[in-house]
Design a protein around this ligand. Structure first.
Ligand code: UDX
Ligand code: ADP
Length: 472
């Protein structure tokens, strides 16, 4: 595919296609740590690029602003000129979205690789000389095969090496994860190409944390890591249902099992359900791959992780309904938090979307407060959820949102005259609220359903609330 001798191992210019939650922070960190490398992030979305070039970055991530401002204008730039970005770079990262397919073969499971394929075609068309193409987006195993074929077909004047370098950062802690990663994984076939990427990360990551594998192991490791992490959450959530039935306390159980060094304490926090752009998508992707390769037992095994998560979200709403005398119709519920976890403005697959949808279908009135998620985003998410699978027509969904969704600019206004509060994201500020004041402004009985167990130590029952958490 290429004359590997000609591949430089010291890269001077990088282009990243896709200025999203992964591409933006990752490239900002490379630019920050490698002032000798020019980093250009390109995107077809002009609004996103304008935001990256402004003081209001498109994503909220603690510590990101400082790093972007330090490097922007020096060796970090954001542009909509995708062709030029590719042309000038020796190494091109593909960091575009790979959502779950919503149509055709594999709908609801397989990854939609349309955007990745378009990038590969554009790279093939624009490039001259040697280029290293790095898959950063999470992709099904053997996608590199497709990318390689596209790059080597047609009239391209260039030669390519393809690397897989999956991202393991978690939103909300992206900057710390990028600064001190547990490992950086680089899969490839050409030693020089691998070395060139290793050399970039070696500017700040200890060499022993730079793992190199073959292409396919790298692609599969990303899906496997996310499947294992999500499985832990689903496992503890399954136990939370049993705890509620038996008067055990899921946090005590988690602490007890987490001290076993073989199990470990992390990722055992029971919740209203995991969300985010990766877990569900990657597991469904894994399930699809297993089915494709004739492994239905393996597919069924992993599918249960998602099924358990769906059950946990439904179970939360069912508990609200049962507790509130089997009806929430025309009752106001203060929704605290809409992001899929704290310290991010990302709502992709957030449990809040599904909980709010089900409450709206029960005709509850919602007053939503999230410190970082814009109202428009919440409306878009609810619109999608209410119309998905024909639950409502778009006119009905629009009317339901207009009539029954309000937005508050703080916890207290959200709780005012509310029959209940549902905590759906674990924002730290929720623990600093004056709960005596909250109790005063709520209708009685004042119900609190804590989907994150963040108010567990606040003695809410002592203050007169009817307090329910997860798994106790
Ligand atoms: C995840 C992976 O952690 C990361 O390595 C990968 O690159 C992308 O996917 P992210 O989705 O950003 O990252 O966040 P993560 O911290 O993993 O949380 C995912 C979801 O699980 C959140 O909704 C979170 O609230 C939930 N969760 C996590 C729990 O409910 N309990 C836990 O103990 C941990
Ligand atoms: P992730 O969480 O994986 O970073 P995002 O959806 O946040 O995903 O970001 C992906 C970005 O990729 C979006 O800003 C989108 O506009 C961009 N994108 C998708 N396809 C292309 C393409 N062909 N060329 C340039 N940018 C693209």
């Amino acid at each position: 595919m290429s004359d590997t001798q000609a591949i430089p191992t010291e890269i001077k210019r990088i282009c990243c296609i896709g200025a999203g939650y992964v591409g933006g922070p990752t490239m900002a960190m490379i630019a920050h740590k490698c002032p000798q490398i020019d980093v250009t992030v390109v995107d077809i979305n002009p609004q996103r690029i304008a935001q990256w070039n402004s003081d209001e970055l498109p994503i909220y991530e603690p510590g990101l602003d400082e790093i972007v401002k330090e490097a922007r204008g020096r060796n970090l730039s954001f542009s909509t000129n995708v062709d030029q970005g590719i042309d000038q770079a020796e190494m091109v990262f593909i960091s575009v979205n790979t959502p779950t397919k919503t149509f055709g073969v594999g709908a609801g499971r397989a990854a939609n690789l349309e955007y990745v394929e378009k990038c590969a075609r554009q790279i093939a068309r624009v490039s001259t000389g040697h280029k290293i193409v790095v898959e950063k987006s999470t992709l099904p195993v053997r996608t590199a095969e497709a990318v390689k074929r596209i790059l080597s077909s047609g009239e391209t004047k260039a030669s390519f090496q393809v690397l897989s370098n999956p991202e393991f950062l978690a939103e909300g802690t992206a900057i710390d994860d990028l600064l001190a990663p547990d490992r950086v994984l680089i899969g490839g076939e050409c030693a020089n190409a691998i070395e060139s990427l290793v050399n970039i990360y070696a500017n700040w990551v200890p060499r022993e944390r730079l793992l190199t594998t073959n292409l396919w192991s790298s692609e599969l490791s990303k899906l496997t890591a996310n499947a294992f992490l999500a499985q832990r959450v689903s496992s503890i959530n399954a136990i939370s249902a049993l705890c509620e039935a038996t008067e055990a306390d899921v946090d005590e159980v988690a602490r007890a099992i987490g001290t076993d060094s073989r199990i470990g304490p992390k990722f055992l926090k029971s919740s209203v359900g995991f969300g985010g752009s990766c877990f569900q998508k990657d597991i469904l992707n894994l399930v699809y791959l297993c089915e494709y390769f004739g492994l239905p037992e393996v597919a069924n095994y992993w599918e249960q992780v998602v099924a358990m998560n769906d059950y946990q979200k439904r179970r939360f709403v069912t508990r609200i309904l049962r507790t509130m005398f089997n009806t929430v119709s025309d009752k106001k519920i203060g929704i605290w938090g809409f992001a899929f976890k704290k310290d991010t403005n990302d709502t992709r697959e957030s449990a809040a979307i599904y909980v709010c949808r089900d409450l709206l279908l029960e005709k509850a009135r919602l007053d939503i407060y999230d410190p970082k998620v814009p109202q428009d985003q919440i409306k878009r998410d609810l619109m999608w959820a209410l119309t998905d699978q024909g639950a409502m027509s778009s006119e009905q969904a629009q009317a339901a949102i207009e009539e029954n969704v309000r937005f508050a600019d703080g916890c207290l206004p959200s709780a005012t005259d509310a029959h209940a509060i549902a905590v759906l994201t674990e924002w730290d500020e929720f623990a600093d609220v004056d709960f005596q004041a909250v109790h005063q402004v709520m209708k009685k009985p004042a119900f609190v359903f804590d989907g994150r167990n963040v108010l567990k130590d606040m003695d809410l029952r002592q203050l007169g609330f009817d307090y329910y958490g997860i798994g106790f």
